[in-house]
Design a protein around this ligand. Structure first.
Ligand SMILES: NC(=O)N[C@@H](CC(=O)O)C(=O)O
Ligand SMILES: [Zn+2]
Length: 432
């Protein structure tokens, strides 16, 4: 099957937008450019002047299956991903059971193969059942296709355990991906310790809860030579430590979430579970440091930390709701509207942070429209304003603090490996 996309607009390497055509065959991009002379094709898709972006890559997604199917399944989570323009996502292992041995990882891969609508790369855990006691067999799990190793949801408390994890991951050729949180500094906190914890009289989470563990781990990464990737960085001290570690030549990389870039503690309007996530929304200065860190390359890319929960769980206050918000279906419009339209960055920078940058950090062949790459792309309407309506999410998790926000930059069609995986119903007429 040979498909030609016509009338698309693509970003050039200099950031300029140009009209383009693209031919794909057998799931791969064959050619992209102006007025391609390939006329004999099976189908023609008219992009009607929409922006064509490489499919987004998100290395931090909670799909909840197995064990948490009331919150999300591989099927609903990947439908949400496709609707958000994502074509490759990495599934976090805080599920029941945890993929911590060959058998559970094989079973997870089987479920992915059967039900996923986009490419899913599964993480394996660092420790058995994610309880921090026993290291998994990283060699075996890497051979079976674990994307990388993480105990996301909890920090690795023991420095000796982190050292062993980094040594093993390094010899298996994989990264250690760390949720940084020192439990001895948590004190049952539910929001940032600062203005918001005082305003709402809630127990706070100190910034050092995160940064102390990052400081420890960059030194261990230096010692072991391991690729150490930091999840959802949220504080200015963390940004400073990562900046210094990179200057020292340590193999450290980091991600930031859309919500930590767009929101800060003063935006928490009420004591409601939709504003509760881990790490919490921090101060205005922290938000500023994250934006600066992203801009200067200290933070490598953006990841959603899509964390769906049930309505019942999240319609509670800060004290009782679980941590986490959904992210896949709002990420690009949110960032396009609030970072690009407001002049913080260019469209090219934003797209790079969601495509080639994460792909490069983890050596993935995705996130590009180059000939020879898998045909993973999304067509995006950069001009229409539309409100976020959480009830329309394909994710089971409707837990978002962005409901009702008017945004631009909505994906209308998503293709993975040359296959149409999602399409806005109003756009169907465009294909002939
Ligand atoms: N981010 C969150 O607030 N929650 C995540 C866990 C995590 O990413 O730490 C979850 O699994 O719900
Ligand atoms: Zn986490």
């Amino acid at each position: 099957m040979k498909i030609k996309v016509i009338n698309a607009r693509v970003l050039q390497s200099d950031g300029k937008m140009e009209s383009t055509e693209m031919v794909m065959e057998n799931g791969m991009i064959q050619e992209i450019g102006r007025n391609l002379n390939q006329t004999v094709v099976d189908r023609v898709w008219d992009a009607k002047g929409l922006f064509i972006s490489p499919g987004f890559v998100d290395v931090h997604v909670h799909l909840r299956e197995p064990g948490g199917e009331a919150k999300e399944t591989i099927e609903t989570g990947t439908q949400a991903a496709a609707k958000g323009g994502f074509t490759t996502i990495c599934a976090m292992p805080n599920t029941t059971p945890v993929p911590d041995d060959g058998q559970t990882l094989d079973e997870l891969k089987r479920r992915i193969k059967e039900t996923a609508h986009v490419r899913v790369l599964p993480y394996a855990s660092i420790t058995s059942r994610q309880v921090g006691q026993k290291l998994v067999d990283m060699e075996t799990l890497a051979d079976k296709g674990a994307f990388a190793f993480t105990d996301d949801g909890v920090g690795i408390q023991d420095a000796g355990m982190m050292l062993e994890a980094m040594k093993a991951a390094s010899s298996a050729g994989k990264a250690v991906v760390a949720h940084c949180e020192d439990n001895s500094l948590v004190h049952k906190g539910v929001c940032h310790e600062g203005d918001v914890s005082q305003r709402l009289s809630l127990p706070g989470i100190m910034s050092t809860t995160e940064s102390v563990q990052i400081a420890r781990d960059v030194l261990l990464a230096e010692q072991t030579g391991c690729h150490y990737h930091i999840c959802h960085v949220s504080t200015k001290e963390s940004v400073r430590i990562i900046r210094n570690a990179k200057k020292a030549g340590i193999h450290v990389t980091a991600e930031v979430t859309p919500h930590h870039l767009v929101l800060q503690e003063d935006d928490i309007m009420e004591d409601h579970g939709f504003y509760k996530m881990n790490p919490p929304l921090r101060s205005r200065e922290d938000q500023q440091a994250l934006l600066e860190g992203l801009k200067d390359g200290t933070i490598d890319f953006i990841a959603t930390d899509h964390a769906p929960h049930t309505e019942e769980e999240k319609q509670q206050g800060f004290l009782d709701a679980p941590f986490g918000i959904t992210g896949l279906e709002t990420a690009f419009p949110l960032l396009y509207t609030h970072l690009v339209e407001e002049g913080f960055c260019t469209l090219k920078e934003l797209v790079d942070w969601m495509t080639v940058k994460p792909a490069a950090v983890f050596h993935l062949p995705y996130g590009t429209l180059a000939p020879g790459a898998p045909a993973d792309f999304t067509l995006i309407d950069l001009t229409s304003d539309r409100a976020v309506v959480r009830e329309t999410f394909l994710s089971k998790g409707k837990n978002t603090p962005f409901n009702g926000w008017t945004l631009k930059g909505w994906p209308v069609l998503t293709v993975v490996n040359g296959n149409l995986t999602w399409e806005e119903s109003t756009h169907e007429a465009a294909r002939t």
